[in-house]
Design a protein around this ligand. Sequence first.
Ligand SMILES: Cc1cc2nc3c(=O)[nH]c(=O)nc-3n(C[C@H](O)[C@H](O)[C@H](O)COP(=O)(O)OP(=O)(O)OC[C@H]3O[C@@H](n4cnc5c(N)ncnc54)[C@H](O)[C@@H]3O)c2cc1C
Length: 337
Amino acid sequence: MHENFSLKPYNTFGVDAKARYFNEIHSIEELKEVIDFANTESLPILFLGGGSNVLLTKDFDGLAVKISLKGIHEDIISENHVLVTAKAGENWHEFVMFCLDKNYGGLENLSLIPGNVGTSPMQNIGAYGTEIKDVFVNCTVLNLENLQLETFNLEQCKFGYRDSVFKQEGKGKYVILEVTFKLTRQNHHIKTEYGAIKSELENLGIQNPTIQDISKAVINIRQSKLPDPKEIGNAGSFFKNPTILLTQFEELQQKFDNIQGYPNGDFVKVPAGWLIEQCGWKGRQIGNVASHKLQSLVIVNTSGLATGKEIFDFSTEIINSVKEKFGIELEREVNII
Ligand SMILES: Cc1cc2nc3c(=O)[nH]c(=O)nc-3n(C[C@H](O)[C@H](O)[C@H](O)COP(=O)(O)OP(=O)(O)OC[C@H]3O[C@@H](n4cnc5c(N)ncnc54)[C@H](O)[C@@H]3O)c2cc1C
């Protein structure tokens, strides 16, 4: 058990917050031991995967636990499908690459998302027209109250846009241990509709893409527009894209004729990046924090010295100006600790 431990290498914002205690666990037995310790000492617990979706706004007066359970298991269930189960501590992108090497389809559009497998259900990670709910079967969790194992199926996870039961009523009650996905072995569903995938495939001179080609296109697009946390601290999109009523959207269209939106029944999803940009935040810096020059939805720790509070306050200023100009309240996607 480490004491007074810097979490700087354990969060992709690179914020130098300290945990009163820190431990990395590699087995369920170790996990139960550290939970016992926290319960005995009446300490709150912070679970960490890759630390790519957390903002540590202050020192954590409790026990931070890095989940490093490893292992991947495959179960071929038919000519066309395989169930693949990965432990929580497997790196997400390496897991996607493992599946693509075996020609298992379904995760290719989710290539290069930072973080670990065990965290993927937390916010139903999504990108380029795919969310994990599309291929999710179940996840095994440890109930923190009674230390019993439980299984959550697709329905029980209540997946939504960047949302799940684990961010709502189940928040802080479970630790996810492993996740099972149902992937295709042949007749893959190739998804090229979203974002710049088609044009990137054209650039690559590919006409009939394989799942591996889709992954390559997604990787190229992501590398060209998203800052690499190894070079500049960030947690990807800081805010969710807000969903507003169609009537509110139509009113806004009267004032802002170039407002963008994706209608869905009585609702419209508005790109948060566009709203933030319209408020003049793209590339703007205050102290050690900025909105990224290529992608205003991403907040970056420019000097590497930003405190979590500085980043949080910066995000509040963005929320306030979007609210003032458009009457839309942005919601943070990043978990605020
Ligand atoms: C450059 C960049 C690009 C990104 N792009 C995308 C994207 O396209 N789509 C997308 O959806 N996300 C994206 N993200 C966000 C992030 O990668 C995902 O949310 C990812 O799933 C977080 O995984 P993690 O292991 O790093 O989680 P962490 O940051 O370690 O944890 C996130 C939350 O889950 C909790 N937690 C961690 N492990 C467990 C566990 N085993 N059981 C229970 N709770 C746990 C933590 O306490 C915390 O509240 C991006 C991030 C970056 C930095």
